[in-house]
Design a protein around this ligand. Structure first.
Ligand code: WAQ
Ligand code: MG
Length: 257
């Protein structure tokens, strides 16, 4: 049996009553790993660099095997600059090549920089005009119900490329699910964790990691999904939030992971 686990946590009460978003997480879990996955999510909410959550909501639901979709893991490219301005410039170039309009990119970066409070989800912007297309305000769209097919193999694959840590593991799974959708042109992201300055631009081809995309110590972070102008937002939202997706990769003779 496979279960979806979703966690969101806040400080100063629940999100909907104005609490500050601390951390969230989403996994698809086999029954045997359920308890340990839940434990690590609760620990993450309690011992986070953004503070100790006083509100934690966990939702656990059984997933029907036949509903699960399999999506390819994006390959990784890496860019490193000296300053945030270098990183942002690279992000712009990558987004332009993916088909996002310069104006939309500028609006996107500005909206992330100007966020007063962190969102717990992502903004959906038109890749042409930069107009916000979701009507979800500070909540945004939270991508859920995704995971790797084989955690141990994903870890090995990342370690082989010298990537360790939970940020990249979670981000590449999320990005692979997001850009797989035909209406999504590209994604831009950087973390809201104050110590984590790496971000990325995900396109249909690559997970482009960029260091740095924000200043050390800043708690401002977020995600933007740039989409085609005629996107049916309700359908896209349904896919991002509800469609269970396992991210997998064909790895030569090691088979699928
Ligand atoms: N769905 C939509 N938006 C989300 C989700 C989600 N499941 N999770 C987080 N966000 C949004 C939300 O606005 C957060 O405030 C923001 O993204 C940042 O989330 O080394 O760690 O979990 O290659 O802090 C990227 C680079 C790390 C990783 C991103 O984001 C690497 C990261 P965080
Ligand atoms: Mg965070």
């Amino acid at each position: 049996m496979v279960y979806s686990i979703r966690m969101r946590s806040a400080k100063g009460g629940p999100h909907e009553l104005g609490g500050l978003h601390i951390s969230g997480a989403e996994r698809l879990s086999e029954e045997i790993d359920l308890a340990s996955n839940i434990e690590s999510m609760v620990k993450r909410a309690l011992y986070h660099t953004k503070g100790k959550a006083d509100f934690i909501r966990l939702t656990i639901e059984e997933i029907l095997q036949e509903k699960i979709k399999y999506v390819n893991l994006l390959p990784i490219k890496n860019y490193t600059g000296d300053h945030v301005s270098d990183g942002r410039q690279k992000a712009k170039e990558l987004l332009i090549s993916a088909g996002v309009n310069v104006k939309a990119i500028e609006i996107g970066i500005k909206s992330l920089d100007e966020l007063k409070d962190n969102m717990r989800g992502a903004m959906i912007l038109s890749s042409k005009t930069g107009n916000r297309l979701d009507c979800l305000g500070n909540r945004g769209i939270r991508v859920s119900r995704m995971d790797s097919v084989n955690e141990a193999n994903l870890k090995k694959w990342l370690e082989k490329q010298n990537y360790t840590g939970i940020h990249i593991r979670e981000a590449i799974i999320l990005a692979s699910k997001v850009v797989f959708h035909s209406d999504v042109v590209a994604e831009l992201c950087w973390s809201d964790d104050p110590e984590y300055t790496t971000g990325y631009v995900a396109t249909k081809e690559y997970y482009n990691r960029i260091v740095p995309l924000k200043d050390y110590g800043s708690q401002k972070g977020g995600r933007i999904f740039f989409v085609k102008d005629d996107t049916n937002i309700k359908n896209l939202q349904e896919y991002l939030e509800k469609q269970p997706v396992f991210i997998s990769k064909k790895d030569g003779c090691n088979g699928l992971f």
